[in-house]
Design a protein around this ligand. Structure first.
Ligand SMILES: Nc1ncnc2c1ncn2[C@@H]1O[C@H](COP(=O)(O)OP(=O)(O)O)[C@@H](O)[C@H]1O
Ligand SMILES: [Mg+2]
Length: 334
């Protein structure tokens, strides 16, 4: 592995329940994130995206949750770290922003107090210095009138502003890694675009290494450098973002793209396309490719064993796919 990789997830599997009836939410997942890079993790609801991010944050339930593999953060395996050390890394070196910012902000403290806490703990700043830094950060994340907002309570702010505050907290602790799990899903489209712009700006300023999670491939395309497509707990395709768009190889990826195109183009009357069928629940997974049931290219062999995540040719620039019949879209996806 190259020296500048910040996060290196190796063969991570996460299961819930007792051994006999254990369900696997994530299976043999391997991902690498280099400094300054944004890795997008995309897939429909229930694919295991949040479980992956919670595993990195060390926030999976201690009981009834089984995990295997390694999560190397700057070379240190987070899965084998004592809780005390993990606490130290969480927030300080790895920050997370969630879909619903209200649940992560404390309603009884002002915005300034909460960012101030982060500054005190992580940068040792107090008093007027902390306040000055806080105002600066609120300004960086595009909050108008920081002098007023700093003394406001979270409920006074809109969803978009609260998400900016969450991003401000992440910025204030100068975290090495930011995990954003559907950070714009609860926001309306215009606000969504503003938050994405903010993340892009922060990325340009440098030092932002991000694991960006979304069910929406279009949003991922805006911020990610590399994309991993997840389906039913496994990564089915992985490629640099332009390459994935130019040449999607997994039938599930085409499906996601087609759904996205249908959503963004056409008049109001146009029917929205969605991939027929549903993600199988972890309780009803069968051997073979989990997407086989919904796939237009399925053959008998697809339901026998899970294909490896493999390169299709030598010159494909890190494009990996887990499919027995990968290839560019030839057939209409119906
Ligand atoms: N604490 C838990 N106990 C049991 N099953 C869980 C738990 N958390 C998540 N799961 C299951 O793991 C699968 C993946 O969930 P999740 O990672 O939240 O999906 P996503 O974020 O991609 O929508 C789902 O089938 C979900 O029901
Ligand atoms: Mg989720």
């Amino acid at each position: 592995m190259t020296g500048d990789s910040i996060l290196d997830i190796r063969n991570l599997s996460v299961g819930f329940g007792k051994a006999e009836e254990r369900i696997l939410a994530v299976q043999n997942l391997s991902l690498t994130l280099k400094r300054g890079q944004t890795l997008g993790l995309v897939g429909e609801s229930g694919c295991g995206k949040s479980v992956t991010s919670l595993a990195v944050m060390g926030l999976l339930p201690a009981k009834g949750c089984w995990r295997e593999g390694k999560i190397l953060f700057n070379g240190q395996d987070l899965l084998s770290l004592p809780e005390k050390e993990m606490n130290d890394i969480r927030g300080r070196k790895i920050s997370m922003i969630f879909q619903e910012p209200m649940t992560s902000l404390n309603p009884v403290f002002t915005i300034g107090y909460q960012i101030g806490e982060a500054l005190r703990i992580h940068q040792g700043l107090r008093g007027p210095k902390a306040r000055e830094e806080c105002l600066k950060i609120l300004d960086i994340v595009g909050i108008p009138e920081p002098e007023r907002v700093i003394d406001d309570y979270p409920h006074k702010l809109s969803g978009g502003m609260r998400q900016r505050v969450m991003i401000a907290m992440a910025v204030s602790c100068k975290a090495t890694l930011l995990i954003a799990d559907e950070p714009t899903t609860a926001l309306d489209v215009t606000i969504q675009a503003l938050i994405l712009d903010l993340l892009k700006t922060l990325k340009k300023r440098g030092n932002l290494t991000m694991l960006f999670i979304s069910h929406d491939l279009g949003i991922i395309a805006e911020v990610a450098d590399e994309v991993a497509v997840m389906y039913a707990g496994v990564v089915v395709e992985k490629a640099p973002v332009e390459e994935l768009y130019r040449r999607p190889l997994h039938p599930y990826t085409y499906g996601l793209m087609r759904a996205r195109k249908a959503e963004s183009g056409g008049g109001e009357k146009r029917r929205l396309y969605s991939i027929p069928g549903l993600v199988p629940s972890p309780y009803e997974r069968r051997p073979g490719c989990p997407f086989a049931e919904r796939c237009f290219r399925r053959t008998g062999a697809c339901t026998e064993s899970l294909p490896p995540l493999a390169g299709t040719d030598a010159q494909n620039g890190g494009h990996l796919v887990r499919c027995l019949r990968p290839g560019p879209e030839e057939e209409p996806y119906v």
